[in-house]
Design a protein around this ligand. Structure first.
Ligand code: BT5
Length: 290
């Protein structure tokens, strides 16, 4: 096993030299320029592509390929791309982006995840992404990174990252977009309206060539490492999430347009809010497929 890893690593090393310099974490486990196995890593497979329609579809394709060769080691598969042509958000909304940003999907074997209740998963994912973003910003900005329920990442009031979760057979596909270099103009009306976007580079992050791949890999590695020992206590997820949450930012219920103020996170991942129109409390459930 180990010698295979060394051979793969050696073969890939020359083309990787420039990029590995930028990798901050999990570097020793980063094995190939295009696709490969990170032996000994929590990430069973890492692929980086120049351009895709959506990393969600690429993840599905790679999972199918893996099943076809009857690869006995399932484990966490991740695929990122330098450019994404048809990125999507939840409920058919579009995810905008340009090269220099992060487009990533991490496929987790669902039945192996021990965290219960499963509704806490998207919240845990948010707590794994936010520190990866905060640690790369210029010092004062890192403290302004916050989570908006369930797992958007904000800098101040503006969205820097979004997460889309889908199921594919037994795999949970976690799609992550991060505005590293570029913040798109988000529509202010229509079905795709949303809060203002911002980028990490606008807050002092290095967004030079190679950094998107390094950040994508670091996020995938953090999620895979968590998944390997995912018997998280629910209280810990609730505490971690609550510590990072943006409690001051009001949320707008998409369908009704009503503003609500977040109050607390329930132990099953639902968010308790107060409606601005009636003053009544309400529990929000994230729309995920489980
Ligand atoms: C999300 O949806 O925030 C999930 C985004 C997931 C994107 C990743 S990229 C890799 C993977 N492959 C994919 O095809 N998708 C995933 P939602 O909460 O529905 O937010 C979408 C809304 O955010 C849009 O309707 C816009 O209002 C706004 N938006 C679009 N692009 C944005 C961006 N780059 N930054 C901030 N806001 C954006």
């Amino acid at each position: 096993m180990r010698s295979t890893a060394v051979v793969v690593f050696a073969a890939a090393v020359s083309s990787l030299r420039a990029r590995t310099a930028a990798l901050s974490s999990g570097m020793a486990e980063f094995t190939t320029a295009t696709t490969g196995r990170a032996v000994g890593s929590a990430l069973a497979s890492w692929t980086w592509l120049p351009e895709v329609n959506s990393t969600m579809e690429e993840a599905r394709r790679l999972l199918r390929e893996r099943a076809a060769v009857d690869d006995p080691s399932s484990g966490v598969l991740a695929v990122g791309a330098a450019a994404q042509l048809a990125g999507r958000g939840t409920r058919g909304r579009a995810w905008l982006g340009a090269p220099g940003n992060v487009f990533l999907t991490v496929a987790l074997p669902f039945s192996e995840l021990k965290l219960r209740p499963r509704r806490l998963l998207p919240l845990r994912v948010g707590t794994l992404i936010a520190p990866q973003i905060a640690s790369r910003l210029a010092a004062p900005h890192g403290r302004r990174v916050a989570l908006k329920w369930p797992n958007d990442v904000l800098i101040g009031e503006d969205k820097v990252s979004g997460v889309l979760i889908e199921m594919d057979g037994d795999d949970l596909l976690v799609g992550i977009g991060v505005n590293l270099r570029y913040a798109p103009d988000v529509p202010t009306s229509g079905a795709d309206r949303g809060r203002r976007a911002t980028s990490m580079s606008a807050h002092g992050a290095d967004a030079s060539d190679g950094t998107a791949e390094a950040l994508a890999h670091a996020i995938a590695h953090a999620i895979a490492t968590w998944a390997r020992g995912s018997d998280d206590a629910p209280e810990r997820v609730v505490d971690d999430w609550s510590a990072l949450a943006s409690w001051d930012a009001q949320l707008q219920l998409r369908d009704e347009g009503t503003l609500v103020a977040p109050l607390s996170l329930e132990s099953d991942g639902r968010l308790r809010v107060r409606r601005q129109d009636t003053g009544q409390e309400q529990l929000l459930v994230a729309e995920y497929l489980y």
